[in-house]
Design a binder for this molecule. Structure first.
Ligand SMILES: Cc1cc2nc3c(=O)[nH]c(=O)nc-3n(C[C@H](O)[C@H](O)[C@H](O)COP(=O)(O)OP(=O)(O)OC[C@H]3O[C@@H](n4cnc5c(N)ncnc54)[C@H](O)[C@@H]3O)c2cc1C
Length: 508
């Protein structure tokens, strides 16, 4: 294997940025992946005098670890990190050589402060868009903290390991040999999941004038509009960017012909950082209560106070709620066709739900899967006719209407679906290996129980100023009863709620 000329040129420029020596310890055999890996590490060494290569015995073959001479960092690549993981390799070389990772000081301090032994393993595919974020976050954590190690494992090179662990979604992260999480995660998400947050960090915070809960398009917009009024603004969010992080291509964000979710999520944060906004990431809110001020309690026990609060906690995938769904999550049950579709290449999959997102998912999956069966509860599909026509033009799709999914079957992983033909009441079975649930979204508002009025579906009821039924509490975006859920609509309603909160304050 030889790197192509363009990549080599770019790589040469990056390698010049290395600040110290790097030792690649390589464990290879006689298979073709080992040969590719040997070529790659030798090519790297030939391009920079700072890189040396040494044969070693590592837990997996073929693999190589990226170390400082005399000091193992714990970063290992099992499989050849090309495709989407090539950037992960370049960053690992730079960071191990001594270049500071691009992360906020507070994040670096939190990583350095982690105690205990953490051996992370991330199963990836080289075509996965979401995997590099996770690999790069965990590699950075390994560089910064000697108690943390991380191995990226290319599922295609370690097929039997992936099969024996029944990994059916990438990225899937294991920690100390146990399942940790799957799907796209930022370093903030990982730190939040590890529970590294300390309530004392929040003790000295003065009350806010506007506190935004949620950092998706609605929350970012609300915070920017508030800060531009010169009022003391904070934003607390579990995952900055929200659902946008899970979106691949965006073509309807007016004035931008095409962008991608992670890019837009990064721009939201960058824009918010231009203002005097106290951004508190990787924090989950669990309670809201109105006293003299409005109090918002975080999962870690800290209490933030504010004159007004704008809730913009968005929505998450709705579950089917049938036997087998929870048991086989990531073992054949999936929610994100863009992310997990490639793992079902050549297999028979189902899409549950015949709305726009279900039919879009079915069309997308038909490109990789052997066959796609769409199950729709109602007698007709609800998707736009243009999507239905496209689906019907594909040779490897079937639509079963008027069907109630009864159970997702399997032993260790999905092997089929039992459904009831609603017209006849008879139960039928279809054998398949994957199930994509696409039956809409559920608002993230459970934590508001007993505070603001919500619809039967849990959506927060707002007036045309974004005000809820609790004075001083406003809401915006997908968590509200707005009839349409889109990025541009969320941003607009975030702006409305911010201006509504400002009006409310000047009248108090
Ligand atoms: C796969 C996919 C593709 C999509 N494609 C498009 C598209 O092409 N165009 C388009 O316009 N729209 C698209 N959408 C819809 C769009 O992403 C949403 O309408 C939009 O993100 C909603 O923004 P929001 O800010 O209201 O909520 P979200 O984006 O859901 O953000 C919610 C925020 O609240 C945080 N949060 C939730 N609960 C808590 C808590 N308890 N404590 C603290 N923080 C919390 C979350 O971490 C996040 O920061 C897509 C959605 C998905 C899932």
């Amino acid at each position: 294997m030889k790197l192509d000329a363009d990549i080599k040129n770019q790589l040469a420029q990056y390698l010049e940025l290395m600040e110290g020596d790097v030792l690649l310890k390589v464990s290879t055999g006689s298979d073709s992946v080992s040969e590719e890996m040997t070529d790659l590490v030798n090519e790297l060494a030939s391009m920079s005098s700072r890189i040396t290569v040494e044969q070693a015995s590592l837990p997996r073959t073929p693999s190589f670890s990226v170390n400082r001479p005399g000091e193992d960092t714990g970063i290992t690549f099992a499989g050849v990190p090309l495709g989407h993981e090539f950037t992960s390799l370049v960053l690992a070389l730079l960071q191990v050589s001594g270049r500071a990772p691009k992360a906020e000081q507070s994040v670096i301090d939190r990583i350095k402060g982690i105690k205990g032994e953490f051996q992370f393993e991330t199963y990836v595919s080289l075509s996965c868009h979401n995997c590099p974020d996770v690999v790069q976050a965990l590699n950075m954590m390994s560089v910064l903290n000697p108690n943390i190690t991380h191995t990226m494992i290319d599922g295609a090179a370690f097929k039997s390991e992936v099969e024996s662990k029944e990994i059916m979604a990438v990225p899937t992260v294991h920690l100390n040999g146990e399942f940790f999480e799957s799907g796209r995660m930022t370093v903030d998400d990982i730190l939040a999941k590890l529970g590294t947050s300390d309530a004392s960090e929040f003790e000295d915070k003065e009350p806010f004038e506007v506190l935004v809960v949620g950092g998706g398009p609605a929350g970012a917009s609300a915070a920017i509009y508030s800060a531009r009024k010169g009022i003391r603004t904070g934003i607390v969010a579990e995952r900055f960017g929200g659902q946008v992080n899970d979106t691949l291509g965006i073509e309807n964000f007016i004035s931008v012909k095409y962008t991608e979710g992670p890019k837009l999520a990064a721009s939201l944060e960058e824009h918010a950082k231009e203002y005097n906004i106290d951004i508190m990431k990787a924090q989950r809110v669990k309670r809201l209560e109105k006293k003299d001020l409005i109090e918002v309690e975080l999962e870690n026990g800290a209490v933030l106070k504010s004159k007004t609060v704008i809730v913009s906690t968005g929505a998450r995938w709705r579950n089917l709620g049938v036997p087998g769904e929870a048991e086989f999550k990531n073992k054949g049950v999936a929610y994100c066709p863009h992310c997990d579709g490639p793992l079902f290449a050549g297999k028979h999959v189902a899409v549950i739900g015949g709305g726009n997102s279900g039919i879009e998912a079915a069309i997308d999956l038909a490109g990789v899967a052997a066959h796609v069966t769409v199950f729709e509860f109602m007698p007709e599909l609800k998707a736009d006719s243009v999507l239905q026509d496209r689906l019907n033009s594909l040779p490897n799709t079937t639509v079963i209407k008027n069907a109630q999914v009864k159970e997702i079957t399997g032993t260790n992983k999905v092997d089929g679906i039992d459904y009831i033909e609603r017209e006849t009441g008879t139960t039928q079975h279809v054998e398949l290996q994957g199930v994509f649930v696409q039956i809409g979204l559920v608002p993230n508002t459970d934590w508001l129980e007993g505070t603001v009025e919500r619809t039967r579906m849990g959506e927060i009821i707002v007036d045309n100023h974004g005000a809820t039924t609790l004075p001083g509490v406003f809401a915006a975006g997908d968590c509200t009863n707005s009839p349409y859920k889109q990025i541009i609509i969320s941003m607009g309603s975030g702006a409305t709620a911010a201006l509504g909160a400002f009006d409310y304050m000047i009248r108090q």
